[in-house]
Design a protein around this ligand. Sequence first.
Ligand code: UDP
Length: 346
Amino acid sequence: MRFLVTGGAGYIGSHATLRLLDAGHEVTVVDNLYRGHRGAIEALARVGGPRLRFVEADILDTAAVARALRDGGVETVLHFAALTYVGESMERPDDYHRTNTTGGESLLAAMRACGVHRLVFSSTAATYGVPDAGAMPITEDTPQRPINPYGASKLAFEQVLRAQTAWLSSVALRYFNVAGADPAGRLGEDHRPETHLIPICLEVALGRRPQLTVFGDDFPTPDGTCVRDYVHVEDLVDAHVAALAALENGTVDGTVDRQTPHRFLRWNIGIGRGYSVREVLESCRRVTGHAIPAAIGPRREGDPPSLYADPAAITRDLGWRARWTDLDAIVRTAWDWMRAHPAGYR
Ligand code: UDP
């Protein structure tokens, strides 16, 4: 099949592109390289050869995206391109709305003009905000009340998708915390700036940072540090593959409904249990064999004590469940890539 992947030079988009190429598909990547890496495209080209096309363009450039769709003979779109930092979204809310919501609408306009009517959207647990009384786990029916412009911009695009079912079949996958790297070591995670817990611990182990600052140890959790649901990027990509099958017919059970062929579907992607910051730090120490000095600092604004998914719906509907449930194994894949690429994609 022929796919278009937006944000395919970024962390998750590149891993999804790799999977599609490994499966023999043709992929056109559209990425503006604002935070994506040319090095990731080069790594993908080594795998896909001529089955990989790269178009350096912004998703707000509707005409360029439409050209990429036509030139690639695209049937289905995986949409990862986004701005993704919660903190930055507080300072630049307009940019987040423009890229994440308006950019998505621009992509839809191009798709509609080209007769492409299948989309998988990279959404986020940040669309839920903080559930009442911190009730966990989060199901798909947990009310979506984002607490920052990042979550709001992703939710706004989900609402756009929901309103387009006259012509579009779409799936929103709401990711919890994503971690790890291609187990074969072809791709990894390289964020500039890096704000995520696991890569920061590993950068300390590599000597790129002096220490980890733990953002608060007085939360109402078992060890006082925040609890999150870390899903391996490879499992996350598996969920996309499962969702693509559901999109083929617009229904989850594989039947074709001729009255309403197009649907909006949504699932949470997580392993269904949380690990605390301390547990992640201990795991990184075990895997790297490095002491990883850490100091307790103040809380980071907007961090809820505990967030983890109820992934029962996607297990029931699509048979997906996380295979990487051992935190050390997840961390090891990230560590292997980082050790082999101490300067990231540079
Ligand atoms: N965290 C931390 N120190 C850091 C980075 C993150 O203590 O330098 C904590 C953060 O407060 C949160 C957890 O690690 O509780 C995961 O943070 P990350 O930024 O990786 O993902 P988020 O849950 O914010 O999406």
